[in-house]
Design a protein around this ligand. Structure first.
Ligand code: ADP
Ligand code: MG
Length: 295
């Protein structure tokens, strides 16, 4: 690769809204045949909304919202923001939280009004030996069947409610997936969210169920990328979250959403400034063209 051609490619990238870490990055796209897409904030807007509230029998709904909202208020996760905003909107200002703890890919924990509160996935509750009573298991299944992320709430050792949270698929995501396929690439969806939600998003954008990796913990996202690389082709990864940083670094080419977390942007090889997934296809096309002028 001549330095001049790579510099020209880099400059053209800036015009398209692609910030490239260094000219050598373009070289790493040569073998890419698989593009791994993070779900939340990458394929979807990440602007989640609290859409349903199910309190366990005997649990006060307003209390459920206050306690869950208070702990989530301390987290920056898109799910957490939706829970905190939805709770505050329905019940008013939220109480303070003590001893806040975030468990990436699982949820959060904290003490509110003297109660030890857990908010997150079933695995988070299970880690504290808390199971779901049948009424809440039913509410969770209904939320997930409807494509919503079920957020479980427990305090003082018992599950107390299920919250349903959802966000919208970005308008440009289906077109982006089609553009990537047009370049001969296989798009894959990777998420920590549950399988039902992941498959409903995959269906909306044109990704096959076999190419959906769901319920993957943050520390395992990079392993999925490594396993896909082991199939022999090159792997690009597009992500926006702190949870995607290791996977972005593990990929042959890491593309960070400019709208995402700083940790993702630092881990990526290039940044899609406007957070438009279609530009991922532009970036790969640009690299191919740039390399093409050299050989
Ligand atoms: P994604 O891979 O789609 O970007 P994450 O790995 O960040 O998602 O999170 C995976 C799942 O863990 C979320 O879908 C949610 O169910 C749960 N989760 C993570 N953080 C929180 C939180 N602060 N509150 C509630 N649930 C959470
Ligand atoms: Mg994300």
């Amino acid at each position: 690769a001549t330095p001049t051609a790579l510099m020209v490619g880099t400059g053209r990238g800036a015009q398209l809204g692609i910030l490239i870490k260094g000219p050598e990055v373009l070289e790493s796209t040569r073998r890419v045949d698989t593009v791994v897409l993070d779900k939340t904030g990458t394929v979807t807007t990440g602007r989640m909304e609290l859409q349903e509230v199910h309190a366990a029998p005997g649990t006060d709904e307003a209390l459920l919202l206050r306690l869950a909202g208070a702990v989530e208020h301390a987290s920056e996760h898109p799910v957490a923001r939706a829970v905190a905003a939805g709770a505050a909107g329905r019940t008013g200002p939220l109480p303070a939280v003590d001893g806040f703890h975030s468990l990436p890919g699982l949820g959060v924990r904290g003490v509110v009004d003297g109660h030890e509160v857990l908010v997150g996935r079933e695995a988070l509750l299970a880690g504290s030996g808390i199971g779901l009573p049948p009424a809440l298991a039913g509410a969770r299944a209904a939320a997930e069947a409807g494509g919503r992320t079920a957020v479980l709430v427990a305090w003082d050792g018992a599950a107390r409610g299920v919250l349903g949270v959802a966000d919208a698929v970005k308008e440009t995501s289906a077109e982006a997936v089609a553009l990537l396929r047009g370049l001969g690439l296989t798009p894959v969806l990777l998420t920590g969210d549950n399988r039902a939600v992941a498959e409903s998003v995959a269906r909306a954008v044109g990704i096959a169920p076999d190419d959906v990796y769901a319920e993957v913990l943050p520390e395992d996202k990079a392993d999925v990328v490594r396993r896909l690389r082991a199939r022999g082709g090159g792997v690009a990864m597009v992500g926006d979250g702190v949870n995607d940083a290791a996977a972005l670094a593990a990929a042959d080419l890491g593309l960070a959403m400019g709208t995402g977390a700083d940790a993702a942007i630092e881990a990526g090889d290039l940044t899609l400034v406007r957070g438009d997934l279609r530009v991922a296809a532009d970036a790969i096309l640009l690299s191919r063209r740039t390399l093409g002028t050299i050989r």
